[in-house]
Design a protein around this ligand. Structure first.
Ligand code: NCD
Length: 336
């Protein structure tokens, strides 16, 4: 686990270890002031670089809070127009610069280009081989274009696990709605969940599907993936979760404002958390959404008791704290 890039699943054992550790960290935080002080020593003396070349609220903030809670310092770039990237500096040279600061222990990176975090990780490996950096610096993919977003999937699965919905023996069922081709959160969710061999309905437009690099390994791992363009009531019988995501507008190939507006209307109707879905889905189903929320979650869906949005947000902090601790304190990664 040198880097967290998302192109291979973390695996059952590591996920469950991560969840157990996230639980421990949460417990210490809520226990007492002493518990919080104890946590603040885990990453003391380390700096986490947050390089966000694309907008973010939840992912940036939860990494920030996770790192701060464990006592790390932060180097944060949220507006890359304010960095030398705007002057034409290559991603490789930015990484080379950041890793030259001796304080930096890990890089969390979001980028509009698919494969950008892999490039960053390769740069670090090359610097290591050339002896230009002396310590290993993990890169964590916080979303690369339409590629992967592994830590979002970890926190989503952690949320399912906390609700007792993570069934390991192939009995798990889920329905995932929306922008299958462009939504990296869906790609990572399908791949990371696949090791539990779930049956997943992928509900999206007929012309759209998850890419082969997601489908193929997920199927090999034993996930049963059923692509449908239209949902039927029987598909939601016994479903453990429903997952919604906004239309990834910024990744649509140029469309006029009018076309985008039209797409939003269709998207809301076909792939949103409609009243029909809310009627068909069992009472103990969990509704998940990574945010940001748009038209696909109408107000009544946002207040549905099955929608666990706030839990996802909080779980993101503990999960990401556990991940940072696991990567940066591998020998003592168990919280005593
Ligand atoms: C997602 C992302 O950035 O891919 N958001 C997030 O990280 N919470 C989903 C999205 O932008 O729609």
């Amino acid at each position: 686990m040198r880097h967290i890039l998302g192109n291979t699943p973390l695996g059952k054992e590591n996920l469950l270890k991560l969840f157990a550790e996230a639980e421990q960290l949460r417990r210490y935080y809520y226990k007492s002031i002493g518990g919080r002080y104890y946590l603040s020593q885990f990453l003391q003396g380390k700096t986490i670089a947050l390089l966000f070349f694309e907008p973010s609220t939840r992912t940036h903030d939860s990494f920030f809070l996770a790192a701060r809670t464990l006592g790390a310092d932060i180097l944060s770039h949220q507006d890359m127009k304010q960095t030398s990237a705007a002057k034409g500096e290559s991603l490789e040279d930015t990484i080379r610069t950041i890793t030259a600061y001796p304080q930096v222990s890990a890089i969390v990176m979001r980028h509009p280009e698919k494969g950008a975090t892999l490039r960053a990780a390769n740069t670090i490996e090359r610097l290591l081989t050339a002896g230009r950096v002396k310590r290993s610096i993990p890169v964590i993919n916080a979303g690369d274009g339409s590629g992967w977003h592994p830590t979002q999937a970890y926190l989503d699965i952690y949320t399912l696990w906390r609700h007792g919905k993570l069934q390991e023996d192939g009995r798990m069922r889920g329905a995932i709605f929306g922008d299958l081709g462009n939504a990296r959160v869906i790609h990572s969710l399908v791949l990371e969940l696949s090791v539990f061999r779930p049956k997943l309905y992928l509900v999206g437009p007929a012309y759209d599907n998850i890419p082969h690099c997601v489908y193929s390994p997920a199927a090999v791992n034993g996930a049963k993936l059923v692509k449908v363009s239209r949902l039927q009531a029987r598909m939601l019988e016994n479903v453990d979760f429903c997952y919604f995501v906004r239309l990834q507008e910024e990744r649509l190939t140029v469309k006029s404002e009018e076309e985008k507006k039209q797409m939003r209307t269709v998207y809301k109707r076909e792939y949103g958390c409609s009243s029909l879905i809310r009627r068909w889905a069992p009472a103990d189903t969990v509704f998940l959404h990574p945010g940001p929320i748009r038209e696909e979650m109408p107000d009544s869906a946002k207040w549905d008791p099955r929608f666990v949005y706030e839990e996802q947000i909080e779980n993101g902090v503990w999960l990401r704290a556990a991940l940072l601790n696991m990567l940066l304190n591998p020998d003592s990664s168990k919280v005593p």
